[in-house]
Write a protein that binds this ligand. Structure first.
Ligand SMILES: NC(=O)c1ccc[n+]([C@@H]2O[C@H](COP(=O)([O-])OP(=O)(O)OC[C@H]3O[C@@H](n4cnc5c(N)ncnc54)[C@H](OP(=O)(O)O)[C@@H]3O)[C@@H](O)[C@H]2O)c1
Length: 317
């Protein structure tokens, strides 16, 4: 129950990764400022969360079923909250997809958009009208650095994150009239077991429909670099959660929030050249001409990331 200084927080996709870590971190807030409704589409997957929440489970953290792709499920979950009162909505549920576009079916692409785009919009449509009435609230969307600048073989995932960024960019302007904050969180790679497993799995997968040359570029150039980058500069779900908590607790949160300072130059590159050629040429050379150099650069970054870089993140301000 949201009362006094306690804020009601609704989070989607809490069975693993960032959602799980954030739900636990907020529920264990020292000052007990949050009541967390940690949601997931399948409650059979609750054990890891319940175990991590420990004593907070049943006190500052409760569980609810919510499938962002299902109108009824979303409505039911919000109706079950007293007064439908949500102070902070965190749209975290999302799915990834990587590979040559020829090998991904339209149905698979639609599933990504259903979750990453329409899932977020469905949540916002359900919660925003009550926030507007109260003239208060904060909507947070876990986007990605790939929602600002894409790289090869992430075409469909990036398209979904670009779509939600465009939606939010427009909505944020209107929401200012109602004193509702909207913030995008843009992590770079996040080291979850899931992510590493997905990349390994993709490595072994056939890519039906894609020509051998494209498959070669994908498997032998792109994937090894991607794995190296994940291991070298990937953040942990806990680091991302800390960043989100900071954004929640800042009085004037920024609209865009990169979590990894190493990605700031990549974003700057994009804004430095409105033709877009600088970015496209840069990534082309990185991938196809500088593969071996990239490998050593990544080793150097990995070395550095154990030192001071690891402790640096982009401040919400
Ligand atoms: N990992 C990265 O490198 C990275 C980088 C940038 C941004 N992100 C973004 O961060 C967010 C969280 O991802 P993660 O890395 O923590 O991955 P994750 O561990 O796979 O977590 C994704 C969560 O979303 C849930 N989910 C999927 N479809 C859903 C649906 N229809 N309804 C409700 N929940 C659903 C999953 O639940 P199930 O257990 O039921 O599948 C899971 O709990 C995503 O939006 C992702 O795009 C991740």
């Amino acid at each position: 129950i949201a009362s006094g200084h306690t804020k009601m927080v609704l989070i989607t996709g809490c069975s693993s990764g960032i959602g799980l870590s954030l739900a636990v971190m907020l529920a264990k807030d020292e000052k007990k400022r949050y009541r967390v409704i940690a949601t997931m589409r399948d409650l059979n997957r609750k054990d890891k969360l319940v175990e991590a929440a420990g004593d907070a489970y049943g006190k500052t953290l409760s569980l609810a079923v919510l499938d962002v792709c299902n109108d009824e499920s979303v409505k039911q979950c919000v109706n079950d909250i007293k007064g439908r009162h949500v102070d902070i909505l965190i749209n975290n549920a999302g799915i990834g997809i990587v590979g040559p576009v020829e090998s991904i079916t339209i149905e698979e692409m639609q599933a990504v958009f259903e979750t990453n785009v329409f899932g977020v919009i469905r949540m916002i449509k359900e919660v925003m009208p009550d926030m507007k009435k109260r003239r208060a609230g904060h909507i947070i969307v876990i986007s990605s650095v790939l929602g600002v600048q894409s790289v090869g073989f992430h075409d469909v995932y990036a398209a979904s994150k670009f779509a939600i960024e465009g939606f939010c960019e427009s909505l944020a302007v209107q929401l200012m009239m109602f004193n509702i904050k909207l913030s995008l969180i843009e992590p770079g790679p996040v080291r979850t077991d899931f992510e590493i497993k997905m990349i390994q799995e993709v490595k072994e997968r056939e890519c039906p429909g894609a020509d051998p040359e494209t498959v070669h570029y994908f498997k032998n150039l792109y994937l090894p670099s991607a794995i190296n980058i994940f291991l070298a500069v990937g953040q942990t779900p806990k680091e991302i959660s800390k960043h989100i908590k900071k954004v929640m607790e800042t009085s004037k949160p920024s609209f865009r929030n990169l979590t990894n300072s190493l990605y700031a130059p990549i974003v700057a590159l994009k804004y430095a050249d409105e033709s877009g050629d600088l970015s496209v040429n840069f990534f082309y050379h990185m991938l196809f001409n500088l593969g071996p150099v990239l490998h050593y650069t990544v080793i150097a970054m990995r070395f550095l990331s154990f030192g001071f870089l690891k402790n640096h993140s982009v401040s919400p301000k």
